[in-house]
Design a protein around this ligand. Structure first.
Ligand code: FE2
Length: 193
């Protein structure tokens, strides 16, 4: 990890969104089985011998300390499981007071944002759009385009990631393709907290 006392720079753009970076994380369909709506469709793809990459994250993280900011770049591949577009798992921050900034670099997507009561909003992300994600909200990004969706995230290094709430309760809304276009629907499988 970088020392928080040392200045660094990283270049924006290219395939990894930031370069250089410190850590790369790869999420494949098998990592997201509990997240996509259509379990049958997921399992059929896996049975066919494929385990496609859904998204990659490139990061410059610090240890979790108040006052430090991490930078990450997420690359979501284009594609669908059943009718549902590829997305990130989505998470609440463990430290509820922390917020986050996203900056669109390439492609087009929809960010699903909701609080613990299930009050949900969605917002578009595309190049040169900055999105502020308020504290206490879960956030998931969905790639609704035909190319990779690339965006930068800046967030407190001590925010922490709570994936479990999203894994067990789901998101209030889903983004599906209908007649070749993305539509946002209420998720019938969402479990209110
Ligand atoms: Fe976050």
């Amino acid at each position: 990890l970088n020392s928080p006392l040392e200045l660094y720079t990283t270049e924006l753009g290219g395939k990894t969104g930031i370069s250089p970076y410190k850590i790369k994380v790869e999420r494949r369909l098998s990592d997201l089985l509990d997240y996509f709506s259509d379990r049958e469709a997921s399992e059929e793809i896996l049975r066919g011998g494929e385990d496609p990459i859904i998204y990659e994250v490139y990061e410059i993280p610090f240890e979790p300390l108040e006052g430090l900011l991490n930078v990450g770049c997420t690359v979501i591949y284009p594609g669908k499981v059943g009718d549902e577009y590829y997305f990130t798992k989505g998470h609440f921050h463990e430290k509820e007071s922390t917020s986050e900034i996203y900056i669109g670099m390439k492609g087009e997507g929809i960010i699903l944002i909701q609080d613990h009561e299930g009050k949900a909003v969605n917002i578009k992300i595309k190049p040169n759009v900055l999105v502020y994600i308020p504290p206490g909200t879960a956030h998931r990004t969905v790639n609704v385009g035909r190319e990779k969706l690339v965006f930068i995230a800046i967030y407190p290094s001590d925010a922490g990631h709570d994936y479990e709430t999203v894994r067990t309760k789901g998101f209030a809304r889903v983004v599906l393709e209908e007649d070749g276009k993305p539509i946002i629907k209420d998720n019938p499988r969402y479990k209110r907290e």
